[in-house]
Design a protein around this ligand. Structure first.
Ligand SMILES: Cc1cc2nc3c(=O)[nH]c(=O)nc-3n(C[C@H](O)[C@H](O)[C@H](O)COP(=O)(O)OP(=O)(O)OC[C@H]3O[C@@H](n4cnc5c(N)ncnc54)[C@H](O)[C@@H]3O)c2cc1C
Length: 314
């Protein structure tokens, strides 16, 4: 050797399974990992045990040219029917933790569910995080999407994050001032796997916080459907005055169906798997609605949901 890094080419089916045990599996049904309950198989699926194992895994994945896709709680992700090549990575329970750093700052693991963060903040008399109880994802997904509702979003409570760079395997800390947050997105590199974040709240009376949290949950229940297979808003709002649901209604698309994919009658920007839909049906519905909204209103709607996987060969 000349002092450079030694690269081990491994037999993925044998050596990865030997090395990462139950955390690494082949041919895993992705429908179990998306709120649409749709999608084909992941060629490989890896549930990261902890940070050190994740770094070791990424090193082996890089050396073996294994494509990686990071997944949170799957509440904004539609997997295609033909599945996902390479490995889908999900952060395991070790990445789900919350602690108080000081008076008004909390540190959370990236796999922690948003509603748990909202509850923890309430228990610790911290306001401004109530909106997280209305978003069904994880903190990693919320940061990537700059998720929010009712005049709030993650950028307003965000301080910093820690992430692993998939390429050089270094752990970095990125502060708010170094990230550009915009409506439902950021300029963070796709090479980063977020592992934790610091968020800030405002000290307030617990009863007031609880009241606001319950009000927001109630408001959500009244305006959006629940107990259905959906990933929430399909398209981003065009503007405050021309929200996506308004444009869908105005263009006369709200009764459209494709196979068993339909549009929620309670909120027509929510597309739904009615039980037996295929991902293709949801995608076809998206294309039809997008086309008709453009023809009728001139607006080119942009997707909010994330579509992942191989396109079917025609
Ligand atoms: C019923 C319902 C209601 C909803 N209401 C709202 C709402 O009010 N407001 C709103 O903004 N959204 C809403 N959503 C959408 C969704 O919940 C959010 O976008 C959520 O933040 C996605 O988080 P997730 O963990 O499920 O992300 P996923 O769907 O798993 O992933 C989303 C993106 O984040 C990336 N990602 C996830 N974790 C990491 C990580 N650790 N490191 C790097 N990248 C990562 C993924 O690669 C992907 O690009 C709703 C969805 C549903 C089903």
């Amino acid at each position: 050797m000349d002092g450079g890094t030694e690269i081990f080419i491994m037999n993925i089916d044998v050596d990865f399974i030997k090395k990462f045990g139950n955390n690494f599996n082949k041919d895993i049904k992705l429908s179990n990992y998306s709120w649409f309950n749709l999608g084909g198989n992941a060629e490989y699926f890896y549930k990261a045990k902890d940070k050190d194992q994740l770094i070791e895994f990424l090193k082996d994945a890089n050396n073996n040219n294994l494509k990686t896709t990071i997944l949170g709680a799957g509440s904004n992700t539609l997997f295609r029917d033909s599945g996902v090549k390479g490995v889908v990575i999900k952060l395991g329970p070790d990445f789900s933790h919350i602690s108080l750093v000081n008076n008004n700052i909390i540190e959370v693991g990236a796999a922690t569910l948003d509603r748990k963060v909202a509850n923890f903040a309430k228990e610790n008399d911290l306001a401004n995080l109530e909106f997280l109880s209305c978003i069904p994802g994880s903190i990693g997904g919320a940061i990537t999407m700059n998720s929010g509702c009712y005049e709030n979003d993650i950028s307003k409570v965000f301080i910093s994050l820690k992430a692993i760079n998939k390429n050089n395997l270094r752990e970095i800390e990125v502060k708010k001032e170094d990230i550009e947050f915009f409506y439902r997105g950021t300029n963070l590199s796709n090479d980063l796997i977020i592992i934790s974040a610091k968020l800030k709240g405002l000290k307030k009376n617990k009863n007031e916080i609880e009241k606001k949290q319950l009000d927001l949950i109630e408001k959500k229940k009244l305006s959006q459907p629940s107990q259905i297979k959906t990933c929430g808003s399909t398209f981003k709002n065009y503007s405050e005055e021309r929200k996506a649901w308004m444009l869908i209604k105005e263009a006369g698309c709200d009764q459209f169906t494709e196979g068993d994919a339909m549009i929620s009658q309670k909120h027509c920007n929510f597309f739904v798997n009615n039980g037996n839909a295929k991902s293709k049906d949801i995608e076809n519905l998206i294309k039809r609605v997008k086309k008709q909204v453009h023809e009728k209103t001139g607006v080119n709607l942009e997707l909010e949901i994330n579509i992942v996987g191989e396109k079917e060969k025609i």
